[in-house]
Design a protein around this ligand. Structure first.
Ligand code: CDP
Length: 211
């Protein structure tokens, strides 16, 4: 079974994808980490994330880089959204993600274009979203726990800028696949959102078995 989980920053998609992977015993790939790794490589070389050739040169990284906590900063998320808009960068990372999606035991992948580009054949697609204000509140709390002093308004402005860049780019923009279930987590606790996601997957699998 392939489960595709897409959605904007801080929507809860990562938490939901991890919980689904645990619940169904499937391997999980957070595809945002791949773009974060490219961004990290570009910056490490002192190169320019806006430059496609520079970003392309950073696409052949080892899997071990994905474990590096440095990739998880908000700043790296912002640079990831810049390098991820380059069509050649996306093309370079497609195979790696599709290999993961198509392994025999199945997989859960979360990102922006899993249901639309990477695994359009996925058995279940979820599009996880929440209002920009809710997402900014969550990201702000998360950042405060990590010692950041950035204001909630500044975090909201970053989230809106990232949404714009991710939705308006030509290459695999963030959008809900026609056959994806919408899961709005604005007013749901983590537990409630995960339970809802499991119910959606179960219902979808039951319907497929019956057809
Ligand atoms: O957790 P958060 O949503 O903040 O970030 P992420 O999922 O790690 O993604 C970071 C950036 O990578 C996003 O803003 C996207 O521009 C890009 N990305 C993408 O283009 N396609 C994906 N499948 C995953 C991430």
């Amino acid at each position: 079974m392939i489960i595709a989980v897409d959605g904007p920053a801080a929507s809860g998609k990562g938490t939901i994808a991890r919980a689904l992977a645990r619940h169904y015993g499937l391997p999980h790939l957070d595809t945002g980490l791949l773009y974060r790794a490219v961004a990290w490589g570009v910056l490490h070389e002192g190169n320019d994330p806006e430059n496609e050739a520079d970003a392309l040169a950073a696409c052949s990284f080892e899997d071990t880089l994905l474990e590096d906590p440095a990739l998880r900063s908000e700043e790296m998320g912002r640079f990831a959204s810049i390098v991820s808009a380059h069509p050649l960068v996306r093309a370079k990372l497609v195979k790696r993600q599709q290999r993961f999606a198509r392994q025999r035991k199945g997989a859960v992948l979360d990102g922006r274009d899993i249901g639309t580009v990477i695994a359009p054949e996925a058995d279940v697609k979820l599009f996880v979203t929440a209002t920009p204000q809710t997402r900014a509140r969550r990201r702000h709390e998360e950042m405060q726990r990590g010692g950041s002093t950035k204001s909630r308004d500044a975090v909201l402005a970053d989230i809106r800028a990232r949404d714009r860049r991710d939705m308006l780019r030509d290459a695999a923009p963030l959008k809900q696949a026609a056959d994806a279930h919408l899961l709005d987590t604005s007013y749901l606790s983590i537990d409630a959102a995960v339970q809802r996601a499991i119910a959606l997957v179960d219902a979808r699998m039951k319907a497929r078995l019956a057809s």
